[in-house]
Design a binder for this molecule. Structure first.
Ligand SMILES: Cc1cc2nc3c(=O)[nH]c(=O)nc-3n(C[C@H](O)[C@H](O)[C@H](O)COP(=O)(O)OP(=O)(O)OC[C@H]3O[C@@H](n4cnc5c(N)ncnc54)[C@H](O)[C@@H]3O)c2cc1C
Length: 464
């Protein structure tokens, strides 16, 4: 009989006995993986290879009933709980030491109603699976840019990507959700049922319960869109960044333009501008023309591409298991001073590091900020250095570089941050992510989760 120690959590019982595990296995239709099992080390892994946590058990839920049983079990034993969708949270919030990981990643059913343009999707789908299913009907809704990311964490924190400027955030396209709350109830949250909870889950992250199913509004998209990158040599990066700012800040909603300072495996550096036009190809050609005609790009990869392919274009950069660190902040404009600061900071980037400017704005900016918890609607760029490496002895170099760049860019930031791009940065940064909506979120937290049962997340503390 195995005895698992649950240390350093004031709320946790000291041990989870083998008899508890037997009880859990009886209650769960899906799989329960514990440290004695051969697949335990696989089960405790998340996307970021920096994260090395050892839960007492990982519960792979087969459906909502399993989620209810897992929540009730954890509550009855006073166990710490991490909730996992796609496992992409950069800080590894979706796994924990000692307690339970409640994992929904095997819940992958999706039904698309092409007439009503609605998708009902279980929370375990990743973006690639969701996009493939909706695109088979010529439809899509806003999702992020990496196919392996979970729809669950992304939607609950906001969600932006190539369609965001045209169709709003992922959470703006959420019509309803089924959610298991801390007391083990399975509730529907929508505009007409538990409307306060519905407000909270459109940006408030995993604070209010475990979502088992999302219902999204879909839009006709593609299948081909004009998309791709132009690459400028590093020597011309300063002027190209100025052009990028002028071009992107006057772009129509249909166009999203991201940019990055990148280093090729050869060590050569470039400035890359990636465009995606969400509309007819011929119109896209006209709109994108100034981008293709600007300067003397070393490469022009803009072409009609299937939307599903666009969505996974960056996947090879972010495989599971490598070591990652980033620190993000929003900007409204990219001034000449900001460009100088970025270029100076990027000069000392360790190999494998990039600086990303992901464009937001458009339809995202036209939703009133009290409509959902997501407040950073007036931002135009999410700016973040990303460090990627493999050798743990390089941790310090990579983390310091990203932090230094972030600090240097503080004067140019709105002060706001995207909750889904937060690492373990403390309560102040969570407040910065929610701004004036924080008190309402804290009041909602005290209604639906007064004991802060769901706290391994970008945590909103229950109001007293
Ligand atoms: C390579 C990469 C690219 C990215 N690109 C984008 C992008 O383009 N746009 C964008 O908006 N974001 C992007 N992100 C950020 C992404 O939105 C977050 O990392 C998000 O948390 C991932 O969701 P997940 O389900 O994979 O995460 P997980 O790590 O599984 O979960 C993260 C947190 O979400 C909550 N959660 C997960 N599942 C549930 C559930 N079913 N019910 C309740 N709470 C739950 C939990 O609090 C959990 O701690 C990217 C991340 C990566 C790693």
């Amino acid at each position: 009989m195995s005895v698992l120690t649950l240390a350093d959590d004031p709320r946790a019982e000291p041990t989870l006995q083998g008899s508890d595990i037997a009880h859990l296995r009886q209650a769960i239709r899906g799989d329960v993986v514990v440290p004695d099992d051969g697949d335990y080390h696989q089960a405790r892994k998340v996307w970021n290879g920096m994260v090395d946590k050892r839960p007492a058990a990982v519960i792979y839920c087969a459906g909502s009933d399993d989620v209810v049983a897992a929540v009730n079990f954890a509550r009855s034993r006073n166990l710490r709980v991490a909730v996992r969708g796609g496992g992409h949270n950069v800080a590894g919030c979706s796994v924990c030491d000692d307690g339970l990981v409640i994992d929904v990643s095997r819940m992958k059913r999706i039904e698309v109603d092409p007439v009503r343009r609605i998708a009902r999707a279980q929370a375990g789908l990743n973006l690639g699976e969701f996009d493939t299913a909706t695109q088979s009907h010529g439809l899509a809704t806003t999702m992020g840019v990496n196919a392996d990311t979970g729809i669950a964490g992304l939607t609950l924190g906001g969600g932006f990507g190539k369609l965001g400027r045209k169709h709003g955030l992922t959470c703006d396209n959420l019509l309803a959700a089924e959610i298991v709350t801390a007391d083990g109830r399975l509730l529907t949250a929508s505009a007409s049922e538990n409307a306060d909870l519905f407000w909270g889950i459109r940006g408030g992250g995993g604070n209010f319960g475990i979502v088992t199913t999302f219902e999204y509004r879909l839009h006709p998209v593609g299948p081909l869109l004009l998309a791709g990158s132009v690459l400028h040599s590093y020597d011309h990066a300063r002027e190209a960044m100025r052009f990028y700012h002028a071009f992107s800040s006057t772009a129509p909603d249909e166009l999203s333009v991201d940019a990055a300072l990148v280093t090729a495996p050869s060590g050569e550096r470039f400035f890359s501008i990636s465009a995606c036009y969400v509309g007819p190809l011929d119109k896209g050609e006209q709109i994108v023309k100034p981008l293709r005609e600007y300067g003397t790009p070393v490469e022009d990869g803009i072409a009609p591409v299937p939307y599903v392919q666009i969505q996974s274009a960056g996947d090879s950069l972010f495989p599971r298991g490598r070591r990652y660190y980033w620190k993000a902040q929003f900007m409204r404009e990219i001034t000449d001073q900001a460009i100088d600061t970025l270029l100076t900071a990027y000069a000392s980037a360790p190999n494998g590091s990039l600086l990303v400017l992901q464009q937001v704005g458009g339809a995202i900016a036209r939703v009133p900020i009290t409509e959902t918890p997501y407040v950073n609607r007036d931002a135009l760029y999410d700016c973040f250095p990303i460090s990627i490496w493999d050798d743990p002895t390089d941790d310090e170099v990579h983390i310091h570089w990203a932090r230094d760049l972030w600090n240097a860019m503080r004067p140019f930031s709105t002060g706001g941050v995207y909750a889904n791009n937060l690492g373990e940065e403390g309560a102040d940064r969570v407040q910065a992510a929610y701004g004036e909506n924080y008190p309402r979120l804290a009041a909602l937290k005290s209604k639906y989760d007064p004991t802060n049962f769901f706290r391994l997340n970008q945590n909103i503390r229950p109001a007293l």
